[in-house]
Each structure stands twice: as structure tokens, then as C-alpha cells.
Design a protein. Structure first.
Length: 197
């Protein structure tokens, strides 16, 4: 199915098939997060050597946008027509930029989950620290209070319940990358497995 065949005119990447509903997928129980204690921190190889911490109140003060983007699973299923709301990740990077040469980012979530992405993917116009979908706050099952949304990459690159973003000079290994999944995971190139190069 190509872009022209996707329901509602929404682009569908190669090798994917549309599923009717967006079902949560995660390991273990949904974590119980205290909104008064939740924070999102940015650190690692930052330009000034410091780090930044945003709580929900600080996050709510940042400019917000909405982005149309599907959720594409590396297992070849897609949910299209989702409208995400949140803070552009490029705005977060502007507030706490990396030092020169730090082109890799590790996105960490609760319970030890992490995903490794390139800085240019975090700077993508559709990359969000998302708090809403289709006009409603995320449910706990779908990552409340915040998740990373990178519609141009496979879904495993966008952690739910995200708590930290760190800059690195060397590529890191996240949960699925250490288990043979592609380090870049672009959906338009069907980058599913590490052996693809």
C-alpha cells in the first residue's frame, strides 16, 4: 500500500499495514506516576556543562504545537491519523543545547527503558515531547504524563513515560538497539534490524 492508498490520505510507510485501533504496547504494568514529582531532565554533553529539569508546570509554560503523525510499529503495523499535541523537542534543545560534536541522544523512561536516536531526529519538525493525542491528554497506558513522538521513526524510538534526554558523542545502546533492532529506524527506509547496516 502506498501513500495514495492510505486511509484518509494519511501517508503509510513501505511494508506497513493499517490496523484499526491504537492499542497500548509495553512491558509490565503501567507505572504509577505522581504528577507532583514527575520531571523531564536534559543533560549529558551539554554546551555549558549543566543540566535542565522541567516539571509539569514548567513544561506547560513552553510553546505547544500539534502534529499529524502515525504510530508505526517495527512489526509492520501502523495506526494513522493521530494528532499529537505537545512541546517541540527542538525547543527543548534550544533551551539546553548540546556541545559541538554531540550528535547522539539517549531518551530514557521509567523502569530502565531507553531509546537511542540521532540529534537530527530530535530536531525534526514533527518531533514532540507529547502530552496529548487527538485533543485529549495521554492516558497512563499511552505514556502520560509525557512521551516522545518521532513519527518518521519506528515506534520503539519514542519512549512512553519519558524522564530524561542526554546528549552523547558516541552512539548509545537503548533497550531494543541492544537486542538487534536498527540504530536509526527510519520508516521510509524500512530500517528495522541492525544487520541491515
Amino acid at each position: 500500500m502506498d501513500d495514495a492508498d492510505a486511509p484518509g490520505g494519511h501517508p503509510l510507510p513501505p511494508g506497513q499495514r493499517v490496523v484499526g485501533s491504537w492499542q497500548p504496547s509495553h512491558y509490565g504494568r503501567v507505572p504509577r506516576i505522581d504528577p507532583e514529582r514527575w520531571t523531564f531532565s536534559v543533560g549529558g554533553a551539554t554546551r555549558d556543562g549543566g543540566h535542565m529539569v522541567l516539571d509539569l508546570e514548567a513544561l506547560d509554560r513552553l510553546p505547544r504545537v500539534e502534529v499529524d503523525g502515525g504510530m508505526h510499529c517495527v512489526a509492520r503495523t501502523s495506526v494513522v491519523g493521530l494528532r499529537w499535541g505537545g512541546v517541540p523537542l527542538r525547543r527543548v534543545v534550544e533551551l539546553m543545547p548540546p556541545e559541538d560534536g554531540a550528535q547522539h541522544v539517549l531518551l530514557a523512561a521509567v523502569r530502565g527503558y531507553a531509546a537511542s536516536v540521532h540529534l537530527e531526529d530530535v530536531l525534526h519538525p514533527d518531533a514532540l515531547l507529547a502530552t496529548h493525542v487527538d485533543g485529549e491528554p495521554l492516558t497512563p497506558e499511552h505514556g502520560w504524563p509525557a512521551r516522545v513522538v518521532l513519527p518518521h521513526l519506528y515506534g520503539f524510538k519514542g519512549p512512553k513515560w519519558v524522564v530524561e534526554m542526554t546528549y552523547h558523542h558516541q552512539e548509545q545502546q537503548g533497550w531494543w538497539e541492544s537486542r538487534g533492532y536498527h540504530p536509526r529506524a527510519r520508516v521510509d527506509r524500512e530500517e528495522r534490524w541492525a544487520h541491515q547496516g
